[in-house]
Design a protein around this ligand. Structure first.
Ligand code: NAD
Length: 263
């Protein structure tokens, strides 16, 4: 299937590692020009070089902390300076702190709100004018299967990611007249640094081994393995493509069957 992404411009947020990086790589492989952001310059440069070398596409990086509104503006401005337009926005962020409800202070909630919810609001708000003017755009929010089935020990993610779904569903209708689609991808356990670290923290908290925690994760997944970042990226690239033009307001799980509900 030709995704028709040749020469489109895509921003992928939080993309120096993990799922974001895989999305940036996949979009570039489909011919898009890509701008990635994260906080650390060293990893950004390494990832940018890797994606350019693998795809031959122009890839730009912007050092930006997604919890800081002014740094999101810098990301959007740098993209329009480099490529003129924004066709695709993949919102993504670092994962919020692990822990149960009674362990969280107000400051934890505020940090997670800025990271998970407000980064999405601010990225979309800054990108919309560039898409609306051309009556075309694709917004894909990377969320979590936690929006369908809460994950033990991740109260901040479970509570705040649901807000992104409400935001996206509302925007899907508001932005439809401008040819902009808004969809959510909801990954289950996907093997990245984040999942490795979460398993390590859980192992310490429960005084069991990292291997045992990982084995428990695997047992909770009907396909008996974690997803690969590239598998999440396949879905993101499809939602960014011209072929997905009639899909909007959807939340699509990609979780090896982890979520057991009907919808
Ligand atoms: P990861 O740790 O591999 O990558 C996270 C990326 O975000 C890195 O590039 C990091 O530099 C960047 N980042 C972190 N904080 C940032 C900030 N303040 N500003 C800008 N960039 C920042 O993680 P991942 O597994 O790819 O997860 C990405 C997102 O997907 C997270 O929000 C995570 O909670 C969510 N998620 C992950 C899984 C999973 O199993 N891995 C499942 C569902 C949802």
């Amino acid at each position: 299937m030709n995704f028709e992404l040749e020469d489109k411009t895509a921003i992928v947020a939080a993309a120096s590692h993990g799922i974001g990086k895989a999305c940036a790589m996949r979009l570039a492989k489909e011919g898009a020009n890509v701008v990635i952001c994260a906080r650390g310059q060293e990893a950004l440069v390494k990832t940018t070089d890797e994606i350019s070398a693998a795809t031959g596409r122009q890839v730009e990086w912007v050092q930006a902390d997604l919890t800081k509104p002014e740094e999101i503006d810098v990301l959007i401005d740098a993209t329009t300076v480099a490529f003129g337009d924004i066709d695709i926005l993949v919102t993504n962020c670092g994962g919020p702190k692990r822990g149960e409800f009674m362990t969280m202070e107000d400051s934890d909630w505020k940090k997670a709100y800025d990271m998970v919810f407000m980064s999405t609001v601010r990225l979309i708000r800054a990108a919309i004018p560039h898409m609306r003017a051309r009556k075309n755009g694709r917004i894909v929010n990377l969320t979590s299967i936690a929006v369908k089935q809460p994950i033990d020990g991740l109260i901040l993610s479970n509570a705040l990611r649901a807000g992104v779904i409400g935001l996206a569903k509302t925007l899907a209708k508001e932005l439809a007249p401008f040819g902009i689609t808004v969809n959510n991808v909801a990954p289950g356990y996907t093997f990245t640094n984040r999942i490795y670290d979460l398993a390590m923290e859980e192992a310490k908290a429960r005084n069991i081994s990292h291997e045992d925690v990982m084995a428990e994760y695997h047992r909770s997944i009907p396909l008996e393995r974690m997803g690969r970042p590239e598998e999440i990226a396949n879905l993101v690239a499809f939602l960014a493509s011209s072929g997905a033009g009639y899909i909007t307001g959807a939340t699509i799980p990609i979780d090896g069957g982890y979520h057991l509900g009907l919808m």
